[in-house]
Ligand binder design. Structure first.
Ligand SMILES: [Zn+2]
Length: 437
């Protein structure tokens, strides 16, 4: 197949190039490619040609929460959002914290996935050796220093230190950095304002602790959902000292603030919370420090969100809206397209060791998204393919519309519909001896 006449967004910037794919692989990238006999030609005149996005932070709720998402609905929402690879979090029920639970999860989700996927292993107080033995079969480890959705939590020094020093050092441990003791303290004060009951200082304390232990152990550390200027300053400083730390922001925190939380009520409740306008602005100002944009796609039903503040779960969906929101920001001159591609494709592939992914480059998987940059539309709840059926961005005007998505060379989304079959998504991290492929 040839994709002709489009503007290809490389990590170095947009370029007028044609793309040739053969089977699942991108095999040529050059100006004015001539079709071979019988070769399919896609005319991308006027379109942007982007690499498929990698969302390194999703919660697709399987097993245990399939009333609000399963791996089919979640990966379909991803596909519709131009995301062709997802890394799924372990705070399911049961939690993905052992070889047996990992195998159970893969058996459930493999027949459903319509995009490629890797899985996180959850850290517990006791699974230190078993977790390390699974390093090649997962994308990374996830360690919750503060309570969020689900039961995964590691707060004591000993298990944190042992995980940091035992899990192979080059594979990142992704940390949810909110300090449990301070969350308990502030939570008990009874504020209904989420940014007051989980204030920035809780993130700062946990982050400082994680950075110190990463420095001591020399391990790769990835900080999930940074939300404040202070965190980015600490990360920048640690990096200058040689600490192997990378970090993520979510579109939620880039595009929403605590004012939106007040407007959205529990539907805007997320951990860590939406922050002040000035912290939101700092995420854009410190964009250089940020390595990845991950959505923290965390669907909950309307019924769950409509409970009283204390009972309503935290999290918002986002896998389908990330690329549209970032395209819109690019059209407004807020960020360059190649800076988006670095944070949503190049860097996540590098950090999580996804060797077949990472850019529109010869030899990589032909994960391709065609976008009409001229088309505008408004986001609605009805467009959302997530089972939860709502988005905090309903009503937002979008510049740029996803036309087609290819997963490993296969047309998977077009005319606003997912057209590939459940089970066509592939597990990305496995060992030769592992039974899953
Ligand atoms: Zn999360």
């Amino acid at each position: 197949m040839i994709i002709r006449n489009g503007v290809v967004v490389l990590a170095s910037g947009p370029a007028r190039l044609d793309i040739r794919t053969r089977g699942e692989i991108l095999v040529e990238l050059a100006a004015d490619l001539m079709p071979e006999q019988g070769e399919e030609v896609i005319d991308a005149t006027g379109l942007l040609v982007l690499p498929g996005f990698i969302d390194s932070h999703v919660h697709f709720r399987e097993p245990g929460g399939t009333h609000k998402e399963d791996f089919l609905s979640g990966t379909r929402a991803a596909l519709a959002g131009g995301v062709t690879t997802v890394l799924d979090m372990p705070n399911t029920s049961p939690t993905t914290d052992s070889r047996a639970h990992l195998a159970e999860k893969i058996a459930l989700i493999a027949p459903k996935a319509v995009v490629d996927y890797g899985l996180y292993l959850g850290a517990t107080d006791t699974n230190i050796e078993e977790a390390a033995s699974l390093v090649d079969e997962v994308a990374a480890m996830k360690l919750y220093m503060g309570s969020s959705t689900g039961s995964l939590l590691v707060t004591e020094f000993s298990p944190i230190y042992r995980h940091f020093s035992t899990f192979p050092l080059d594979k990142p441990i992704v940390v949810h950095a909110e300090d449990e003791q301070s969350l308990k303290y502030f939570g008990a004060l009874g504020s209904q304002d989420h940014n007051q009951s989980r204030p920035p200082v809780s993130a700062q304390i946990a982050l400082s602790r994680a950075l110190a232990i990463a420095e001591k152990t020399g391990r790769a550390l990835h900080i999930a959902h940074t939300t404040t200027q202070r965190e980015l300053e600490l990360i920048q400083e640690a990096r200058q000292k040689g600490v192997r730390v990378t970090c993520e922001v979510t579109p939620l925190h880039l595009f929403l603030s605590e004012e939106d939380q007040h407007r959205l009520g529990n539907f805007g409740k997320v951990n860590p919370p939406l922050r002040s306008k000035s912290d939101q602005a700092a995420l854009w100002r410190y964009f250089d420090v940020i390595d990845t944009i991950g959505t923290d796609h965390a669907p909950h039903t309307r019924e769950e969100k409509n409970q009283p503040y204390e009972k309503a779960p935290s999290g918002m969906p986002g896998v389908q809206t990330m690329l549209p929101l970032l395209l819109t920001a690019a059209s407004e001159g807020k960020v360059a397209l190649e800076e988006i591609v670095k944070r949503c494709v190049v860097n996540p592939a590098r950090i999580f060791g996804l060797e077949t992914k990472g850019a529109l480059e010869v030899g990589k998987d032909a994960d391709i998204v065609l976008v009409d940059p001229q088309q505008t539309y408004t986001l609605t709840d009805e467009q959302m393919l997530s089972k939860c059926g709502w988005t905090p961005f309903a009503g937002t005007k979008i510049q740029g519309k996803i036309q087609q998505v290819y997963v490993r060379g296969d047309i998977s989304y077009r005319h606003n519909a997912c057209v590939n079959s459940p089970g066509s998504g592939r597990l990305l991290c496995y060992t030769k001896s592992s039974p899953y492929r």
